[in-house]
Write a protein that binds this ligand. Structure first.
Ligand SMILES: Nc1nc2c(c(=O)[nH]1)N[C@H]1C(S)=C(S)[C@@H](COP(=O)(O)OP(=O)(O)OC[C@H]3O[C@@H](n4cnc5c(=O)[nH]c(N)nc54)[C@H](O)[C@@H]3O)O[C@H]1N2
Ligand SMILES: Nc1nc2c(c(=O)[nH]1)N[C@H]1C(S)=C(S)[C@@H](COP(=O)(O)OP(=O)(O)OC[C@H]3O[C@@H](n4cnc5c(=O)[nH]c(N)nc54)[C@H](O)[C@@H]3O)O[C@H]1N2
Ligand SMILES: [Mo]
Length: 780
């Protein structure tokens, strides 16, 4: 299977690239011809291929290996995960050991004791998608405890079905960008539209669309208001910035509703025919429920946006075709369900939901492809089989589960029990990147008997494993890429030999399945090429079902990409337009069939942290909290501009964005002056949960009181047994809190985080995480 050299392609989550080759090496990755706003993220992956931190051979944590060789169970008697050297093993021996661990656990405690949620973005490519591979494998050997939801929008995921009966407007079904920018006159963006985030789209990207959409808004003279603690979230001369205190948007939204109600601007006809609960929510907004009228003055004191600006914006939205956009970040916070519910309620009161280019939608720049007018087609993915184990945990409750097995917790109206997990299997994700309160996770992570990880680099998660398998990267294997939010299918060609002894996840799982008597079920007798042909056949059939012909496999493979046409303007649909046109015939899947501004069901759960209507509930951590007396800065751990999460942090593109080898933290000049800090200083961020270093950039793009430190610097704790070691590299998750958004969603709440910052005057400790770990031979 060989394409002509000029047609070679490599697919990533941030775009398609043409590799330039010389002497068997990749020297450059040129962006795909049709993409006029390509992401520069790709360059890092060439260097990372052979970085010193590449995992070259299977390896086992030393005291774990000693314990097993002596016939002992448990996690080993050494200093613990994340602290010990590794012993490299021949591949077959490591496979035998991993298979024995899986077999022991399933026989002794049952498959439910295996945690295989394995949350994470993996790489683009439908076949070598590591999370699908690990799920398919664990299903083939009897199942596993899974996770539900994601870290991106768990709170929204749970609240939206109660409010509009589905997740439309969150992950799909959005009113397309071109409709908004040609039909609406005013777009209010809570959380802006940071182009840095729109570089990325899960599964891959043919063309980047957000810059074009913003350009269209400028040409059309659309008024854009960005409500955000950060000015440079959105750029353009048609953009006005309304700085807002983080975590306080719900107060502002409620005050806008107050204006609509008191000035008779609420669309009572729409509220009457398409919603329930306006009376209950209205009573709360007017203060009839709790004696507090949610006036613009009330909100201004909370959120910092002037009362007149709040009122004017509400009036302007009522006077013209308007659209409410909200970034996913707002709900990764304490009570993150509330701003989402409030945004829908505001749009409903405006009566614009389902009108051309009007209404509401979420995450428009949180990823490329949201609001992309693409044909409605189901792209193929690797079948995962079925899981005989029914138990699951909400994804962000992993540390709680490990620390509190058997304890009860509330979740979306249910009372559930945390399972007792003995073995953790992770491939394609990095909990020591994505989880909050890493010092707590590190404690919890010591408890299970066995941790098995596949990855390509010695990042923090791998360093906290017992058995490590070296996985190939995108550059080293053939695959097929496509994305639910795009209209391409691409070949991703192997262009390099695997580093060291690295194998595809599929090969590793096939070998384990063989040892565990599940080879046929896992592989179905197919090799990689047979799977790629099968996946492609599925795509061809889906395309044919909607009237599009994709080329046969050989031609596709050599031409490397096939695209479906975009949806023509007259076939593009607005979110909930069908429901607007026919609220009886197109009932929503809520109990009332309508948009629920008050939900009897949610109210019935009796949660004070998520009542029956959108409400202002003071976050545990925000600038108005008592804790702000000690930790007066609100930390926003945004997505990183120079990488995808922690991926390719080892590469040059990401490392060029650091200073003194540390991640850069931005801070307003007033806050820097008050602390005697200068740009370029190495600073220490700290709170009661931990501390990390970062390099200071002073910037008036940020509201005073707010600091920004992107996620994804590989977690690099100082050695030793301090339960809160200094993190040397700039990883915000040593500072964030590991508390569910509410009992309803139990989502991650990373954005609600207070810190203090001081200059770091000590001797600067080196960042060690890009070096391989310490290796030892058996018994030394
Ligand atoms: N403080 C804070 N924390 C956050 C967030 C935040 O806003 N603030 N955001 C959260 C969000 S939205 C998300 S989605 C998560 C992201 O969290 P993750 O998705 O876990 O982060 P990644 O760095 O993408 O981790 C993917 C891992 O898989 C590995 N990998 C890639 N391809 C392969 C492969 O083919 N095989 C194998 N075996 N491994 C592979 C990569 O090397 C990497 O280590 O982070 C969350 N964490
Ligand atoms: N380059 C790059 N792009 C990415 C990713 C990546 O790792 N790298 N990750 C992808 C993933 S998995 C996801 S889920 C998305 C996440 O996408 P988002 O959740 O939208 O991303 P964030 O960067 O956390 O936040 C976006 C903006 O919201 C604003 N904001 C934060 N808190 C508040 C608040 O309380 N109120 C208001 N009004 N605004 C606030 C901040 O100013 C911030 O710049 O990004 C995706 N895009
Ligand atoms: Mo995400």
């Amino acid at each position: 299977m060989l394409p002509t050299p000029a047609n070679r392609l490599v697919a990533t989550h941030w775009g398609l690239y043409r590799p330039r080759m010389s002497g068997g090496n990749v020297t450059d990755l040129d962006p795909f011809e049709l993409d006029n706003d390509p992401a520069p993220l790709a360059q890092g992956i060439i260097e990372a291929h052979s970085a010193p931190s590449r995992i070259l051979r299977p390896a086992v944590r030393r005291s774990f290996l000693e314990a097993r060789e002596a016939g002992r169970r448990g996690p080993g008697s050494g200093s613990g995960r994340g602290h010990e050297p590794f012993v490299e093993l021949p591949f077959d021996e490591a496979l035998d050991l991993a298979a024995a661990e899986l077999d022991h656990v399933r026989r002794t405690w049952g498959n439910a004791a295996i945690y295989g949620g394995s949350y994470g973005w993996s790489s683009a490519g439908r076949f070598h998608h590591a999370q699908s591979q690990v799920h398919r494998f664990l299903n083939s050997i009897g199942g596993y405890t899974r996770s539900i939801q994601n870290y991106s929008f768990a709170a929204a995921d749970m609240i939206l079905p109660h409010v509009i009966g589905s997740r439309k407007g969150l992950i799909d079904g959005h009113t397309p960008w071109p409709r908004i920018m040609t039909q609406a006159r005013l777009v209010v963006m809570f959380g802006g539209t940071p182009l840095r985030n729109a570089q990325v789209g899960s599964g891959g990207i043919s063309v980047h669309i957000v810059r074009d959409a913003m350009e269209l808004s400028r040409r059309q003279g659309v008024r854009i208001v960005s409500v955000s603690p950060m000015r440079d979230d959105t750029l353009g001369d048609n953009v006005e910035w309304l700085p807002i205190r983080p975590g306080a948007d719900t107060a502002m939204l409620l005050a806008m509703m107050h204006v609509l109600i008191c000035e008779d601007r609420a669309d009572l006809a729409f509220l009457d025919s398409h919603t329930v609960g306006y009376d209950r929510l209205g009573a709360y907004v007017l203060g009839e429920e709790d004696g507090v009228a949610k006036t613009p003055e009330w909100a201004a004191a909370i959120c910092g946006v002037p009362a007149s600006a709040i009122a004017d914006l509400a009036r302007a939205m009522a006077d013209t075709r308007s659209f409410v956009m909200m970034a996913w970040s707002l709900q990764r916070a304490d009570f993150g369900e509330q701003p989402y519910w409030a945004a829908i309620a505001l749009a409903a009161m405006l009566g614009q939901i389902g009108l051309p280019g009007g209404g509401v939608g979420f995450g428009y720049a949180s990823a490329n492809g949201i609001g992309n007018p693409i044909p409605d087609m189901k792209w193929p993915s690797l079948p995962q089989g079925s899981n005989p184990v029914s138990d699951y945990i909400p994804v962000a409750r992993i540390a709680d589960t490990l620390l509190h097995p058997g304890e009860r917790y509330d979740f979306n109206g249910e009372s559930r029990t945390y399972p007792d997990l003995k073995l953790i299997y992770w491939a394609g994700g990095s909990p020591f990147h994505h989880h909050q309160d890493l010092n707590r996770l590190r404690r919890a992570w010591q408890l299970p008997e066995t941790v098995i990880v596949h990855d390509s680099w010695w990042n923090a998660t791998v360093r906290h494993a017992d058995i490590v398998f070296p996985a190939t990267t995108t550059l080293e294997r053939n695959d097929i890429a496509c994305s639910a939010r795009d209209r391409f299918i691409a070949a991703s060609h192997a262009v390099l030999e695997p580093a060291g002894e690295a194998r595809d996840d599929y090969a590793i799982f096939s070998a384990l399945a063989e040892r565990l008597g599940a080879a046929d079920e896992f592989t179905q007798g197919r090799d990689t090429e047979a799977w790629l042909r099968q996946l492609y056949l599925n795509a061809r059939q889906s395309a044919a079902a909607i009237g599009h012909e994709l080329p046969e496999f050989e031609r596709f493979w050599s031409q490397s990409v096939a695209m479906l046409p975009p949806t023509p303007p007259d076939e593009q649909r607005d979110l909930l337009a069908a429901f607007r046109a026919d609220p009886q015939g197109q009932r929503l899947e809520t109990p009332s069939g309508r948009i629920e501004l008050f939900s009897e069901r949610v109210a019935g759960f009796g949660y004070d942290d998520c009542p029956g209507h959108p409400a202002w509930i003071e976050p545990r951590e925000w600038l108005g909290a008592p804790l702000a007396a000690r930790y007066p800065l609100h930390l926003l751990s945004t997505q990183p501009a120079r990488r995808l999460h922690s991926q390719y942090d080892v590469g040059a593109h990401s490392r060029q964005g650091k200073h003194h080898g540390r991640e850069i933290m931005r801070m307003n000049p007033a806050d820097a002056a008050a602390r005697g800090l200068a740009g370029g200083d190495v600073v220490r961020l700290f709170n009661d949960r931990g501390a990390c270093l970062a390099a200071l950039e002073i910037s008036d793009e940020l509201l005073p009181g707010v600091v920004q430190l992107a996620t994804g610097a590989w977690y690099d704790p100082a050695p030793g047994d301090d339960p809160q070691p200094l993190e040397r590299h700039g990883n915000p998750n040593v500072l964030t809190a590991d508390i569910g958004t509410s009992r309803l969603a139990q989502g991650p709440s990373a954005q609600s985080c207070l810190v203090e910052v001081e200059r770091f005057d000590g001797e600067l400790p080196p960042v060690r995480v890009f070096e391989p770990p310490q290796f030892s031979s058996r018994g030394t």
